[in-house]
Structure formats: structure tokens, C-alpha cells
Write a protein that binds this ligand. Structure first.
Ligand code: HEM
Length: 222
């Protein structure tokens, strides 16, 4: 038992857990994106889809608790790893080029990751909280999102965060595969390309939603 907890708190154990939780979070984002893309088909289908998920609320609650654990564990491991590295290597600008690159990458990952975490708190306290506790009268799920993004500040905030999410994903995906030891010379370029494709799909997919609703509101349909 103590060897498991030793491994979990070791640098390699933390990296492994980060990779695993990160890949599971990507899986969640794929499902989340697909659900959100129903917004483009129209209010009826989107509202029906949310109502369908509402009907299995106990199961959704379990998934949400698992997601919260994944997010917290992922962020905690990332921050403690970064802090331990920082303590161990106070002189970050090593002469070796690849070491310098990897330091810059990990700093960039910590910065984008922290911003995404802050975004998540804002996101849950607006959209998730409204969906679960703040629906007013005849307001529909679709309207909540349309009203939010008719405000240019909210639309811009979400759009910028989706670009940062793309940068985070682009490096995170290949990094997770590397940590797991799946970095065969022949297949790794494919892993890198897949990571970039996921990053672009997330940025365009999620990022187009605030832009679409903002433009719709300008056209007077909002
Ligand atoms: C334009 C982009 C996005 C839109 C329109 C959107 C919309 C929503 C909505 C409406 C909910 C409430 C669902 C419900 O309670 O039934 C929700 C929940 C949630 N969102 Fe997002 N989301 C977006 C991007 C993101 C991103 C980028 C992340 C993660 C980095 C994220 C993470 C979550 C989580 C963890 C939940 C709570 C779990 C759930 O209820 O599914 N969302 N989102």
C-alpha cells in the first residue's frame, strides 16, 4: 500500500496521473463539444437534448463528481510538479536548448492551465449554476446561452479562453503519450498531428459558439 502512495506522490507517478486524468478530460470535452454543437441546429433539438440529460440527473451528478475529482487532481499534480521542479532547478535557463524549451513549455502549460481552471470556476458559476438552479419562468436552456453571448464581453472572454485551450491541448496530448511511454519514433508524429487536430477542433468548435451568438444578436435575432 505504501509503495502505491509513494509512487502516486513521486514525480513519475504525478506525471502519469496527470497524463491519465488529462486524457479522460479530453474525452469529456469531446462529448461536451458534441452536445454543444446542437446549438447550431436550433433551439428545439438543443433543448430536447439537455432535457434528455436532465432526465438522468443522478447519473449526471456522479459524472460531475468524477469530473471535479479529475480536474482537481490534474491541476494539483501539475502545480506541485511545477513547484518541485522550480525548487530543484532555480536557474531555469539552462544552456541546453531542449531543456530550455521544455522549461518554457511547462511554464506555458502551467499558465494556460491555471487560466483554464479559473475559466472553469466562472463557467460553472454562470452556465452550470443557471442550468441547475437559476432557470427563470419560461426561459429555455438555449436562451441562457444566447443571452450570455449577446454580451460582447462574455463572447470575447469565451473566445479568447478557447484559443488558450487549443494551445494547452496541442502540447498536452503529445505530452501525455510521451509520459505513458507511447512515443515510438514511427508513430509519434501521428500522435503530434492528432494532438494538433484535437486542439484546432476544440478551438474552432467551442470558439465558434460565442461568436455565432454574438453575431446573431447584432442581426437583431438575439
Ligand atoms: C462555448 C463553449 C462552451 C459552452 C457553450 C458550454 C456550455 C455548458 C453548459 C450549458 C453547461 C451546463 C450543462 C448542464 O448542467 O446540463 C456546461 C457544463 C460544464 N462545462 Fe461547459 N461549455 C463550454 C466550454 C467548456 C469548456 C472549454 C470546458 C472545460 C475546459 C467546460 C467544462 C464544463 C464542465 C466541467 C461542466 C459541468 C459538467 C456538465 O454539466 O456537463 N465547458 N457547459
Amino acid at each position: 500500500m505504501s509503495s502505491i502512495s509513494n509512487w502516486l506522490t513521486s514525480s513519475i507517478g504525478k506525471k502519469f496521473i496527470m497524463a491519465l486524468t488529462g486524457l479522460l478530460l479530453i474525452l469529456f470535452l469531446v462529448v461536451h463539444l458534441i452536445n454543444n454543437l446542437f446549438l447550431f441546429i436550433g433551439p428545439d433539438l438543443f433543448n430536447e437534448n439537455v432535457a434528455r440529460l436532465d432526465a438522468i440527473k443522478p447519473l449526471i451528478r456522479v459524472v460531475e463528481v468524477i469530473l471535479a475529482i479529475l480536474f482537481i487532481y490534474h491541476a494539483y499534480n501539475a502545480l506541485t510538479l511545477w513547484w518541485n521542479n522550480k525548487k530543484a532547478n532555480p536557474d531555469k535557463y539552462a544552456v541546453n536548448g531542449s531543456k530550455e524549451n521544455s522549461t518554457l513549455y511547462s511554464r506555458w502549460m502551467v499558465i494556460t492551465g491555471t487560466i483554464i481552471l479559473i475559466f472553469l470556476f466562472v463557467h460553472l458559476s454562470t452556465l452550470w449554476a443557471t442550468y441547475n438552479f437559476g432557470m427563470e419562468g419560461s426561459e429555455e436552456f438555449y436562451d441562457v446561452i444566447r443571452n450570455l453571448f449577446s454580451n460582447p464581453l462574455w463572447a470575447l472572454f469565451y473566445f479568447v479562453i478557447m484559443i488558450l485551450l487549443g494551445f494547452h491541448m496541442n502540447h498536452a496530448f503529445q505530452s501525455a503519450f510521451q509520459t505513458m511511454g507511447w512515443n515510438h519514433k514511427k508513430y509519434f508524429p501521428l500522435v503530434q498531428k492528432t494532438g494538433t487536430a484535437i486542439a484546432v477542433i476544440f478551438t474552432i468548435g467551442f470558439g465558434s459558439i460565442p461568436i455565432y451568438f454574438f453575431l446573431l444578436s447584432l442581426g437583431g435575432k438575439g
